[in-house]
Design a protein around this ligand. Sequence first.
Ligand code: ADP
Length: 693
Amino acid sequence: MKKKEEGKRRRIIISYALAIVLPCLILGFLALRGVKNDQALVEREQRNNLLESSRQIINETDEYLLAVEKSFTKLIDSIAVPYEIIFTDSMLNDFIAENLAVAGIFYLPSGGTPYLLNNNLLYLPEDFISTADFMSSGKKQDIFENGWQIEYREHDYQKALRYYQGVLPGITQKQTRGEILNAIARIQKKLQLADEAIETYELIWNGCPDVMIQNKIPLGAVALLEKSLLCLAKKDSLAALNSVHLLMTQLQLPEWEMGYSDFSNFLSRADEIISLCANSDNIEIKSLVERIYSLQGDISSSLEHTDYLLTFIQAGETIKQNPNGRRCKTMVNGNSYFFSLFPANGQRYWGLIINQDDVLNNSVYTSILKRTGASEFYWEVTGVNGELLMKSESSPEDIPPVYTVFPQTLPSWSLTLYPESSGLLASLFGPGASIFLYIFIAIVLILAFGLFFTLQTVNNELNLSKMKSQFMSTVSHEFKSPLTSIRQMSEMLVQGRVPTRERQLKYHTTILKQSERLSHLIDNILDFSKMEEGQKLFNFEKSDIVPVVKNIVESFQNHTSEQGFNINFSVFKPVPELVFDHEAMEQVMHNLLDNACKYSGDSRKIDVKIEAKGNRVIVSVRDFGAGIKKEDHDKIFSRFYRAGEELTQTVKGSGIGLTIVKQLVEAHNGEILVDSEVGKGSAFIVTIPIEGP
Ligand code: ADP
């Protein structure tokens, strides 16, 4: 029997594997291939989109430069070329100021060296500084030769001072006036007339600050520096700093055309004065120092710009070597330059030095932002040596990017665009993720669960069918033995083989009992099948339950007294009338008492009790026999279930008695409980509500 079951189970598992597992695995594999292909398609499309974006960003950068170049072409068309190149051409400088993409403009004469046409330079190349004296008239020479004689030969400073002061009113020429005032202040310093000297320098600053002396040193700058030093000597830090502040404000404006050495000399002298005064606790001084520091910052960035442009322009040969193409790039002293050449007449060119930072920030960056928008789009722009110039706020995930190098006609930048992350799918299908493995594990787990549940169901079904066949055989036995005795006894009675009246009565009684038993068995089976199909009909009536129970108890007492059973029946009065179905309750009592007798073992005592509690009536049947194991307490109410192997081997039964009892009780809206302990007996307690179902 067991072997047969095993074979059945194995067959089910094999057919399950063939019919479900195998196709599932194949389908799973195919689906995965499909998903992978789809993912590859999506990725390809994404990459194409990114390539298109890169193309557009590059085009827009090109257009940005083209627009600047176009307006520059218009501008130079309006300027007559060749012409005298002057540094402060206002049209050119306005153009530079209006176009942030332009760092500088230069002019490249045929065969000559390039000229820078910006006036926003802080200093000029030394070779641009003319050392020629502006006015070498005889009169001027005479004045200074005389003064020089008195001051440096005779060392008579008083006389020299008087001399210069005497000459001054007759001089109207600004340059000469400036130089005389400078001489007066110098002599006043020598005479330690600090206040007078300060006044003279103030006169210079207010009257002729832009007069150039010696190698184009602006007299205004000299006056401010000297005044500051004199104030410092007088321990008037505030006045000294005010003067330095004024000097630096002026130095920052590209109005004084100085060579680098003079410019940096003024700067370092000013620095010395600042550092001498900077530690003061005076609030006014402190705030002034702050302002000076910020000026210093501005000056140093303008210096960088000037350096950048002059370094380029000094590499004239490099510029000339560039091809005839419009846009060129070159490296000078580690700086990268990008410039546009515009042919003028002959071999001459105009040149635009492009401000690459502006192109990067105002064109490339805006173009990228236009495309990234709110999406999770990562990007990077790198320079010629792979250095990072700018990047998106968040860092890209580990996704292969689309890398585009800017074309030859644009600065040597590279654009890296990372595909948009597609969330879970991307992380699952991303490179390195062994998605196949994960999905297979998931499928195998699902199938394992499926197999488990199938086996569970198969097991239940097998058990049920086993119980059913057991039921059939026990029921057949149950029928067979009473039928056999009825047949034998009837035969004997018919054949007149039972002589005495007493014996005849005994036979008749037995036949009656056995047929009653048979009819009860048939009732049980019929009820069971009716209830299984939900077709059992009830006839609920309100009446007294005590006589019904009492009748059954008495009938059992009669039938079992021969075997020595003693059934106690007690009623805890008063028990009210309740709504119930007579036949059903009789069957309940019959089944419970039948079980109590069957499973009483050696005990012969049975207690039946009826009592009323609240709006319920409780009927209990207690025996003192074999008892039931705790784990079987629930199971005994299931169909065909028979607990205790040994007991059920010796005691006949079908396993449907208690199932019927439970269903009948529940049809009354009541409940049945079992209270049992192995070896001590069992009590079945039926509770029925008075008002019925
Ligand atoms: P059966 O025809 O086997 O008696 P029942 O449905 O009436 O079927 O009972 C189910 C099982 O419950 C029995 O096989 C028996 O193991 C257990 N059982 C029922 N009543 C008692 C009882 N009074 N004492 C011990 N075991 C009982």
